[in-house]
Design a protein around this ligand. Structure first.
Ligand code: CDP
Length: 230
């Protein structure tokens, strides 16, 4: 197979980007970067400092100061990677419902995005990478050799999120998760800077009714440019 250097995977909340992206990276032996974790780290830092998620100037200042590092797992507790915020392990803290609630507000601040995108491009410059997010194929790496837009219905995404949380011993109702997913979809797709959308040259992979294995196989088909069976 012709091996691409960069693989961009975008899609809405709960479409399986993190799970599938990590598996693709493992399969190819590439670095994996989940850019959502970076926006989540900014949101967590804002919460801890009492910064309003709509206060663009203070968030921009914060994003500039923070040291966010994402690397291989340092603890074997089911994590796909470790996230350090100013040196402290925040891998699970960035998954809290409080962060879920404000992350899309923080992520729509243009200068916060500039700071994150610069770091994301620097990481991509170091070598072969699978990068997942909302704007990777459109803004961060518009020249990525493979672009996948992973999606599923909102109901399916809420069901998956409920399962994922239950596996970690956390309970939230499906209804609550669906409402939050729809709210984040709306904020992410309607913002003026880098809205969530499939790049014109992305291949859309619908994952409703597919197992992780099946979705992974579809994505690998796109990456390896194998014909996709109808
Ligand atoms: O895991 P989940 O799909 O719920 O979300 P995530 O990928 O961790 O991203 C959290 C939030 O960060 C998204 O809802 C977006 O508001 C923002 N985000 C973004 O704006 N651009 C990215 N490249 C990645 C995430």
């Amino acid at each position: 197979m012709a091996t691409p250097r960069t693989v961009a995977i975008d899609g809405p909340a709960g479409a399986g980007k993190s799970t599938i992206g990590a598996l693709v990276a493992e399969r190819l032996g590439y670095t994996f970067l989940d850019t959502g974790a970076m926006y989540r780290a900014v949101a967590l830092a804002a919460l801890r400092r009492g910064i309003d998620p709509d206060d663009g100037p203070r968030l921009t200042e914060l994003a500039r100061q923070l040291r966010i590092a994402i690397g291989p797992p340092t603890v074997r507790d089911g994590r796909a990677y470790t996230v350090l915020l100013d040196g402290a392990d925040v891998t699970w803290d960035i998954r809290s419902p409080e962060v879920d609630r404000i992350v899309s507000q923080a992520a729509r601040v243009p200068f916060v995005r500039d700071v994150m995108v610069e770091q994301q491009r620097a990481i991509a410059d170091r070598g072969r990478i699978v990068m997942v997010g909302r704007d990777i194929g459109t803004v961060v790496l518009p020249n990525a050799e493979r672009k996948v837009f992973l999606t599923a219905s909102a109901a399916e995404r809420a069901r998956r999120r409920e399962e994922e949380l239950a596996a970690r011993g956390e309970k939230r109702t499906r209804q609550d998760l669906l409402a939050e997913i729809l709210r984040r979809d709306e904020l992410d797709s309607k913002r003026t800077v880098a809205p969530l959308r499939a790049a014109d040259d992305a291949i859309v992979v619908e994952t409703d009714g597919l197992s992780v294995r099946e979705a992974l196989d579809r994505v690998l088909q796109v990456i390896e440019r194998r014909p996709i069976p109808s």
